[in-house]
Design a protein around this ligand. Structure first.
Ligand code: BTN
Length: 337
């Protein structure tokens, strides 16, 4: 279980320069000058990048040209495609396989990993979903990652980060595909009532103050219907099924991380109100008649509002208003307005 690629920063710099170069490529001397490396060092790194799956042409006339990136996710490649990394993305680690990126991120956060560290995996052997469920998906079809955040907030405010992540993921994927994505409370990203992405937020905190938060995100990207377990085929979807053609997964990952970074930065400066408004505008839960399962209890009613802590308020048929901080929503389709 090794992060992909050593020498991360110079590789990310080379990939970024290659991706930004003109279609003809970039001369070795220009690359060396721009990055403050020797031509020999660049030559050596090109070989390493080729063995990581980058197709790079070298010609005496034009220099280096990136023909294509690797099919597998590579941390430096994702980092090189980030446009906004004020909080997130200074350290993007990609693993071939891990038990759960949330588990690994938790271990690293306990050991002092910096805020903004991204832990990504091609495959999870014990992926975790909400409400104690498993998150199962075949290797190299999804984006599976966890962010380490160290916000200055009380534990009761952490649900906001989950709503923010759901908004950011929805916006990033909507910008890539034009699809009308919606959010099912609290944080499932849906397309036409099918689940496209899920978020599991976990934290370590004392009574008053959060030490760190792990925001784990799973997005179905390349799944065909047969890639889902039979019981999920009618309720799950993937980005390729929605959009037909897609940029590489590394680019999709970078766009999602950029959007989370922008939204997080904005929220830390201007407060949470705008994020909540965006969440409401994308909600497919508010206004609908729902069943909410909490443990072994089911509460039915109309989803009336979401408050600034992220809690859902439901008005039961008797008119009683109930507030919930968690649970599993099922929409009563025949009663939906
Ligand atoms: C849900 O039940 O909807 C939440 C699913 C969250 C899955 C992601 S995949 C990456 C991260 N690691 C995990 O073990 N879970 C989250």
């Amino acid at each position: 279980m090794q992060p992909a690629g050593k020498n991360e920063s110079s590789d990310a710099m080379i990939i970024r320069a290659l991706r930004r170069a003109s279609p003809e490529g970039i001369a070795g001397t220009d690359l060396a000058r721009e990055l403050g490396l020797t031509r020999g060092a660049i030559w050596a790194r090109m070989d390493v990048l080729r063995s990581a799956g980058f197709e790079i042409e070298a010609s005496p006339h034009y220099g280096y040209r990136l023909v294509s990136g690797p099919a597998n996710l590579v941390g430096d490649d994702i980092a090189a495609q980030l446009e906004s990394s004020r909080i997130i993305g200074h350290n993007v680690q990609v693993y071939r396989e891990t038990s759960s990126t949330n588990e690994l991120a938790d271990r690293l956060a306990r050991g002092g990993a910096a805020e903004g560290t991204v832990i990504m995996a091609e495959r999870q052997t014990a992926g975790k979903g909400r409400m104690g469920r498993q998150w199962i998906c075949p290797g190299s079809r999804s984006l599976l990652f966890s962010l380490i955040l160290r916000p200055v907030m009380r534990p009761t405010e952490v649900a906001r980060l989950t709503l923010l992540a759901a908004c950011s993921v929805s916006k990033a994927l909507r910008n890539l595909t034009n699809a009308r994505l919606q959010i099912k409370w609290p944080n499932d990203v849906h397309f036409e009532d099918r689940k496209l992405a899920g978020i599991l937020t976990e934290m370590r905190a004392d009574m008053d103050q959060v030490e760190y938060v792990i925001v784990g995100i799973g997005v179905n990207i390349l799944h065909q219907p047969s890639d889902f377990p039979p019981e999920l085929r009618d309720t799950a979807t993937s980005l390729i099924q929605i959009a037909g053609t897609l940029p590489p997964r590394s680019t999709i990952a970078a766009r999602i991380l950029d959007q989370i970074d922008r939204d997080l930065t904005f929220t830390r400066t201007h407060g949470f109100e705008q994020c909540l408004d965006e969440w409401k505008s994308m909600s497919c839960t508010l206004g609908r008649w729902i069943d909410l399962r909490v443990g072994s209890n089911v509460y039915s009613g109309q989803a009336e509002r979401i408050d600034e802590s992220g809690a859902l308020w439901i008005r039961g048929e008797s008119g009683k208003l109930m507030q919930f901080n968690g649970g599993e929503v099922t929409t009563q389709k025949d009663m939906a307005p």
